[in-house]
Design a protein around this ligand. Structure first.
Ligand SMILES: Nc1ncnc2c1ncn2[C@@H]1O[C@H](COP(=O)(O)OP(=O)(O)OP(=O)(O)O)[C@@H](O)[C@H]1O
Length: 354
């Protein structure tokens, strides 16, 4: 097999792609993620991180993310139980006089597996893209990687940052940009970032320093031109969709995270705006951040910016490996497009079983 951590194209079996024992140690050797970085793991983001404000965005402690056999099972209760309100209503509508109804087998809680043993790694300085059709489990995986499913029943597997389990200190170094923006529509870009900077940065920093952090993040994300424009929403005209995504990212960058996780940051953007956004993510990765992003349908020029790709199909890993190796891997096992096409489109076709 040319791709040591490629998966099965059928999606019927979850390949332990990039599993701990296969690609993990080998790939780790290529990266400067050794014990030296592990030693920093327990250090909180302390005041000193913010002292060198000019170099604020140029340094963060490297963080290698490793996830092993991440599984998420969801128990859903049937809402039509006879003792539930829907059950009562439907009984009344059907004219049933029976006050006690015995539960039917179909009324028992059902369990559904959303993620089936997903394994992989994300390295500092790189972008790991999670691809897959709608409903394949991308957001759920990102939530698991960000420690947002911790303590929830149904979530199993291991997520390690620099070889250690996710601690509060690691979670503080993690920025999570959600699929839906949660920005106040009436504030300007500058107001939002300065306000959040004043609230979120350590109290040892002066007000002037905090404002300076907000300004440096704004300029890092190319938001200078629209800094006095309100965010807006569907009723009030504000910044563009791409700028709004950048503000969401900027909001997370205020704390200079080592790990940046983004859930579909390019949704709703045209291909040029999506490409520009990925260029920004690439430049953040180059500064040592570990970037993990889900993406629905990247163009070919966006696809070639991904260092690693993880393709999900119905919660199973179809492929995990270098983005540039995906086509040759699938060709080697008998799956090739009949004409030259965007690798991302081809992978999505496979994930959709086409
Ligand atoms: N808390 C939940 N309750 C019910 N269903 C859930 C829950 N979380 C996830 N799911 C289901 O799990 C599946 C995967 O959802 P998820 O949001 O991870 O997919 P996705 O690949 O991110 O989709 P999209 O690209 O449309 O955002 C979906 O079918 C979703 O309905």
């Amino acid at each position: 097999m040319p791709a040591p951590f490629g998966g099965t194209p059928s999606g019927s079996e979850t390949a332990k792609n990039g599993s701990d024992s296969s690609n993990g140690p080998d790939r780790s050797k290529d990266h400067n993620t050794n014990n030296t970085t592990n030693n920093n793991d327990n250090n909180n983001i302390g005041p000193r991180d913010f002292r060198g404000l000019p170099s604020l965005m140029s340094f963060c402690s490297p963080l290698t993310l490793k996830f092993i056999d991440v599984t998420y099972r969801l128990k859903s209760e049937n809402k039509n139980r006879p003792d539930g309100c829907c059950g009562n209503i439907s009984r009344r509508m059907l004219g049933s006089n029976s006050s006690v109804a015995s539960p039917r087998p179909s009324d028992q809680p059902t369990e559904r597996t959303i993620l089936h043993g997903i394994t992989g790694m994300a390295f500092p300085g790189e972008i790991l893209a999670v691809l897959g059709p709608s409903g394949s489990g991308k957001s759920t995986l990102l939530n698991a990687l960000a420690g947002r499913l911790q303590g929830q029943g149904g979530s199993t597997g291991t997520v390690l940052a620099n070889g250690k389990r996710l601690t509060k200190s690691v979670l503080r170094k993690t920025g999570f940009v959600t699929q839906d923006d949660v920005l106040c529509p009436h504030l300007t870009v500058r107001e939002i970032l300065v306000f959040c900077s004043l609230l979120r940065l350590p109290t040892v920093l002066s007000r002037k320093e905090k404002v300076s952090v907000a300004e440096s993040v704004m300029s890092e994300l190319g938001l200078d031109k629209c800094q006095n424009t309100i965010i807006g929403n569907s009723f009030i005209r504000g910044v563009s969709g791409g700028e709004r995504k950048r503000v969401s990212i900027a909001h997370e960058l205020l704390l200079n995270p080592s790990l940046l996780i983004l859930d579909e940051p390019t949704s709703g953007l045209d291909s040029t705006a999506a490409h520009r956004l990925l260029l920004t993510l690439g430049s953040l990765a180059q500064k040592g951040k570990t970037v993990v992003t889900s993406i629905h349908q990247p163009s070919s020029r966006v696809y070639q910016m991904f260092d690693s790709v993880l393709v999900l199909s119905e919660g199973k890993c179809l492929y995990y490996g270098k983005g540039s190796d995906a086509m040759s891997y699938f060709a080697a096992i008998g799956y090739s497009p009949s004409f030259p096409m965007n690798p991302a489109d081809f992978l999505l076709d496979l994930a959709n079983g086409m």
